[in-house]
Design a protein around this ligand. Sequence first.
Ligand code: AHG
Ligand code: MN
Ligand code: MN
Length: 331
Amino acid sequence: MQENLAAPVGTALDRFIHQKQEQFPFATGELSQLLRDIALAGKIVNREINRAGLINITGAYGAQNIQGEEQQKLDVIANVRFIRALRNGGEVCGIISEEEDELIDTGKPEGKYVVAIDPLDGSSNIDVNVSIGTIFSVYRRVSEQGTPVEARDVLQIGHKQVAAGYLLYGSSTMLVYTTGYGVHGFTYEPSLGEFFLSNPNMQIPATSNIYSCNEGNARDFPAEITAYLDFCKDQKYSARYIGSLVADFHRNLLKGGIYLYPSTKKAPNGKLRLMYECNALAYIVEQAGGKATDGKRRILDIPPTELHQRCPLYIGSTEMVERVEGFLKNA
Ligand code: AHG
Ligand code: MN
Ligand code: MN
């Protein structure tokens, strides 16, 4: 077969977003611009991550976030970059972030949208050159446009998301997002400085043999979960746990699998945060044909009460999540 010497590079993110927007006659382009703002901040954060070891931005920043977690320098850098991009963009009136105690008023009351963000996910992997990510959710504000953002704008239930996505800074950098019409993945081409469509209409396999869980905590898990983990071993499933939610989720999205972060004795609501970790990935996984629950409830139906609320998470291939729910029925 003759080699194709000039294969097309594919569809760039901006063009894809533009094409999608044209399908909606009343779309005003603000959500499209917001996604572009996130992609731009993602490129900048990607650059910082890639040279982190050379410019003294690895390691601890010397402060804790509201959850008592040690902030890494890159947590802070990513937080600043995303907030600045969203503020300058003008489409967003309010932001909540893992790294910020309170709701941020962007000073752009005309902005129609609010964003919840985990600027850098997988902080414990930053200094060891292991995949990390960014997770974001977008909601339409409920208070009147032109007025200051309110808590009720950001404390919306997950199924009200209008867009969600993540960046994965891995062996390649990817942006994966949904606006409720399928899940689309883009791979960054660093020499061109562009994301190109690489994974259109992503669908998660209905089942697989991968489970992802920090089993170091197993002694503190509910008995039903230890029983489920025994089941995984009886089935000779493969254990795959990177320790960066985005990276574990992304692998399972492509290959099928389940990610579990159950409640523990110490943390009855688990570790992961509803507003800027669980909801976004739950929306994405459902759009890809998968499922996400806290063991009893659909993640997207959990009413939020506070910005930094936590919840247990069981997410991934539908049949696998349903099996865990089966184990938890007796809990
Ligand atoms: P973050 O770095 O944003 O605080 O999130 C860390 C989360 C998540 O990425 C990961 O899956 C989980 O913490 C790992 O927790 P354990 O170290 O307890 O396994
Ligand atoms: Mn995180
Ligand atoms: Mn984080």
